[in-house]
Structure formats: C-alpha cells, structure tokens
Design a binder for this molecule. Structure first.
Ligand SMILES: Nc1nc2c(ncn2[C@@H]2O[C@H](COP(=O)(O)OP(=O)(O)OP(=O)(O)O)[C@@H](O)[C@H]2O)c(=O)[nH]1
Ligand SMILES: [Mg+2]
Length: 219
C-alpha cells in the first residue's frame, strides 16, 4: 500500500484456473466491456480510481494466468514464481471459479491455502466468485456448495457474477477493497474518521447489497 496525498493505493489479485473469466471480470470492472474471445492471459495489470464508503482509493488489479497446461517446464516455473510474487503483493484476492466447472472450484482450495500460508492470516481479505452465472443451464456447482465452502473459509463473502451481463462485477472488487480498508483501520494504518468526514451527508443513502457486506450475493 502506498499513499498519494490522502489517496490510498491497494493491490488486488485475481486468481483462478484458466478460462473461468478472470480477465473478463477485470475488463468489465475497468472498462465496462465484455470480451467474447478467449485469449489466455500471461499477466496484466490495471489501475482504477474508485470511491468506497466516501474514500477515494486507487486499485491496482493484477489479472493472473490460470492456464498452465500448454506451458513448457520453464514457463511453468515462471508462473509459479509470479504466483509467489502475487501472493506477496496482494492485499486482497478474488478467487474465481466458473459455476459450470466443479474442477475450477476444487482448484481454489489449494490457492486459498497458499494465501493463508503466505499471509499467515486466516481472515485475509478474500472474496469467492462464482462467474458465468448467465450460464444457468450449464451449472455444475450449486450455490449451496459454493456458499458452504465460503463459510468454511472464515465466512468470506460469496458472489455469483456474470462478466457477460455485468452482474455483480463491480461489487466483488468493491467488497474486497472494503475488507482491506477495514483491516487498515483495525491495524491503525487508517483513520476511521477520514471517511466519516468526507461521507457526511451521504449517510441517508439507501444501502446497496454490497454496502451491507452481504454474505451470499446472487442476482
Ligand atoms: N457466458 C459467459 N462467458 C464468459 C463469462 N466470463 C468469461 N466468459 C468467457 O470465458 C472465456 C474465458 O474468459 P477469460 O476472462 O479470458 O478467462 P481467464 O480466467 O482470464 O483465463 P486465463 O487468462 O487463461 O486464466 C472467454 O471466451 C469469455 O468470453 C461470463 O460471465 N459468461
Ligand atoms: Mg485471463
């Protein structure tokens, strides 16, 4: 985390196996577009300024590579090294699977263990994301199953998203950012009054689902 004047900067890492829609979710959040073509990511990062609970923050989103199957050994090593780097740099993580693939959910178990090991903190900011919710007819992972997993991971939020339909795509990034801010306040790195001051007058605004930190958000 760094500060630019009063503006905080947070790094969010998007993790999950190949083809689950990490890049599409990221592009929806950053640019508001859906990319139909599948172009496996090597690594990409983006920056976006957002307002969260009256606080201006800059998010650095790291969109990671999920596909390893066609990689030669040397490149696989590179991915492993990158993953280590992401684990170190990330202040929050989106763990993404596709609701059409049970194996994509299974793959997250190991990734989440890696995060907890690296951060030595079972309550590190993480959101579980079941993407491709528009493909209901191809659903292979029930909401209940994913929700129970999110509860067993320290009651982390579970959202179902559709990058295609732009459903909950902003909410997942804002939720993880809100968790990072909460950690910053708890550790004394951030003054809780900062947002109270700039948030004055906004308090009567109707709470959105994401504002309420809802635990299972499906639309
Ligand atoms: N129907 C539907 N298709 C999606 C959705 N999100 C992504 N896709 C499609 O799934 C394919 C893979 O999407 P990507 O975002 O490139 O997947 P990725 O997780 O970044 O894959 P890697 O970069 O290889 O790790 C693309 O053809 C997308 O158009 C979604 O919400 N609904
Ligand atoms: Mg990608």
């Amino acid at each position: 985390m760094s500060r630019q004047g009063h503006q905080r900067e947070y790094s969010i890492v998007v993790l999950g196996t190949g083809g689950v829609g990490k890049s599409c979710l990221t592009m929806q959040f950053i640019q508001g577009i859906f990319v139909e073509r599948y172009d496996p990511t090597i690594e990409d990062s983006y920056r976006k300024q957002v307002e969260v609970d009256g606080r201006q923050v800059v998010l650095e989103i790291m969109d990671t590579a999920g596909t390893e199957q066609f990689m030669i050994v040397a490149a696989k090593l590179t991915i492993t090294t990158h993953r280590d780097m992401y684990m170190r740099l990330g202040q929050g993580f989106l763990l993404v699977f596709s609701i059409t693939s049970t194996s994509s959910l299974r793959e997250l178990v190991e990734l989440r263990e890696q995060i907890v090991r690296h951060k030595n903190d079972p309550s590190f900011p993480i959101v579980l994301v079941g993407n491709k919710s528009d493909l209901e007819e191809d659903r292979a992972v029930s909401r209940t199953k994913a929700f129970h997993l999110s509860q067993s991971w320290g009651n982390i939020p579970y959202y179902e998203t559709s990058a295609r339909k732009a459903t909950n795509t902003n909410e997942v990034f804002i939720d993880v950012c809100r968790q990072i801010i909460r950690k910053d306040i708890q550790s004394g790195r951030l003054d809780p009054l900062d947002s109270e001051r700039s948030d004055r007058g906004k308090r009567k605004k109707k709470k959105s689902k994401a504002d309420g930190g809802s635990r299972c958000t499906i639309q």
